[in-house]
Structures are given as C-alpha cells and as structure tokens.
Design a protein around this ligand. Structure first.
Ligand code: G1P
Length: 297
C-alpha cells in the first residue's frame, strides 16, 4: 500500500524584501488577502488535501506566525461572553491541535532546497507535500487535493505545473517533458530559472510539490545551483536520474503570484469579488473605475 501524504512543509523563512517597509515588522505570510493572512490559504488547501502535520520552516522575526496558529484564550473567552459565535468559528480555522504543528528554523538563507532540507528529520521516511504560500491558487477542488488524488494513482514525485509565456520561463523551475499525457506529463529533466532562450519547455513549476524521502536525501549534497542557492529543483532533477519517477500536474485553477505586488493586488481583487459580503460594493467600484478610465481616453 502506498503511504498517504499526511505531512506538509511550508517554507516561510524569506525576508519578504519586495514588500518593505511592511515586512520590516510583519512576516510576509501574515499580510492579508481580504481578511485572511496569506498563510491561511495554504493551510486550508493542505487540510483539504488530508494533511495532518504542518511543518513551518521559519527564521528570526517570524514569531507572529506561531502566535497566529496558537489558541488565544483571552480573545476566545471575550467572544464567547459576547455571544459572537460566528467570529469564534472563524478563529477555529486558525487553531492547530497540540502536536500538529512544528517549527524549525533555517539559520541561513541558502535557498528553497536548503529550507526543505531543514525539515528532513520531522518528515522521516514518508512522502511529504511542500506548499509555497506565495503561490495562491483559486480552484474549485484545491490544487494540492487534485495532486494527492493523482498521486494515489501514480506514486512517485509530483510538481504542480502551468504553461507560461516563453519570456517568463527564466523566473521559474521549468520541466523537460518526456511524455505529454494530457493533465499530467512525465518528466525527464528540470531546470531552475533557465537563461532566456534555453528553457526546455514553457511548462513551469508552481509552488506545490509531493516529494518522496529520496528527494530530501539528494539535498544532503548541498550542491549550489541557480543564483548560488541550494535549489529544490536540482534535487528533484537528481531523483529523475535515479528513479525516473517524476510527474508534472497541470492543475485546474487560477494561480496568483503573491510574491509580487501586482500579483498580490490581483489576488486581493479576485478574492474580494468571490466574497458574498463584498462582491457588490467592490464590483460596482471597479465598474465605475473602468467607466472613468474610458471617459478620460
Ligand atoms: C520557486 C522555485 C521555482 C518555482 C517557483 C514557483 O522559485 O524555486 O522552481 O517555479 O518557486 O513560484 P522562487 O519564486 O522562490 O524564486
């Protein structure tokens, strides 16, 4: 029987310099899309996919994340006293069961591969999901759940994949396709941030992974890759050579790059418009804006 994916790693050690000055004192993952921190979207997606253990790879200054996932007895008692059961329920989603959450520090910013490697002892000999909270994916069936369902058929390693325009490939990990199976592709190579004009395809890796323990083993090599960093892409590429068992999964859904300001703003608008309590007012405002723009032209 294939082992179920019940653990997930959330690399959240980055400094978030693109969002300074906000990130001087607020971890980027706590910045809000509408009224929920970025990290909550990743947690909800992981829960929907059956994840039971949550491993955060953090760094100095990320204490607000630990508080966010902790019970807040004073706040909860106050809401209960006032009979605000709806708010108590909202808070419930932020609470983690004792022992379900672990924090490990990445002491040096040595890249995504290194961050994942920092969690190796907590993962042990099991498959593990990795979710990059900067990639927010709006989907009817949450992206990781789609992948877990596909993984139950294939096993091996799986990365979320999305077609991007050729001039954007240098910002991503890019797949070298062995066979295009439709929703899935089998992969014969992977390159992190290929120089312009050298990408093996325009199928880019998006921040959702299901990895076998062997990939974490390859990270032991500490080989520097693109940008002088230890790259997760390179460890997966090593595993392709060793086991030929890596798939790309074209997920259904819309991905927002919340690592960029424009992407964050787009996600804010999209998630605002998806909310019953906001869509009318926000929708009307956007319409007025576009009328005003047309009139000015
Ligand atoms: C990381 C990965 C890259 C992947 C991307 C998706 O890059 O290294 O392979 O395509 O996330 O968002 P980063 O955006 O952290 O530079």
């Amino acid at each position: 029987m294939r082992k179920k994916v019940t653990k997930a790693i959330f690399p959240v050690a980055g400094l978030g310099t693109r969002f300074l000055p906000a990130t001087k004192s607020v971890p980027k993952e706590i910045m809000t899309l509408v009224d929920r921190p970025l990290i909550q979207y990743a947690i909800d997606e992981a829960r929907a996919a059956g994840i039971k253990e949550f491993i955060f790879v953090t760094s100095r200054g990320k204490g607000a994340l630990e508080d966010y996932f902790d019970h807040s007895p004073t706040l909860e008692a106050e809401l209960e006293r006032k009979g605000k059961m709806d708010l108590l329920e909202i808070l419930n989603d932020t609470n983690m069961e004792s022992g379900a959450v672990a924090y490990v520090r990445q002491h040096k910013a040595m890249g995504l591969g290194h961050a994942v490697w920092c969690a190796r002892k907590l993962v042990g000999d099991e498959p593990v999901a990795v979710l990059l909270p900067d990639d927010v994916i709006a989907a009817e069936t949450p992206c990781l759940q789609q992948m877990v369902e596909a993984y139950e058929e294939t096993g091996g390693n799986m990365v979320a994949a999305m077609e991007v325009s050729p001039e954007k490939t240098s910002s991503y990990g890019v797949l070298d396709l062995k066979e295009d199976l439709g929703q899935m592709v089998s992969v014969k190579g992977m390159v992190e941030k290929p120089a312009e004009g050298t990408a093996p395809s325009n199928l880019a890796v998006i921040g959702r992974y299901i990895l076998t323990p062997q990939v974490l083993k390859h990270l032991d090599d500490m080989k520097e890759g693109a940008g002088g960093e230890i790259q997760l892409t390179d460890a997966i590429a090593s595993e392709i050579k060793a086991s030929d068992n890596v798939y790309g999964y074209r997920f259904n859904g819309q991905r927002f790059d919340c690592g960029s300001k424009a992407g964050f703003l787009q996600a804010t608008v999209a998630f605002g418009l998806a909310r019953d309590d906001l869509k009318d007012e926000l929708g009307q405002y956007l319409q007025e804006l576009s009328f005003a723009k047309k009139a000015a032209e």
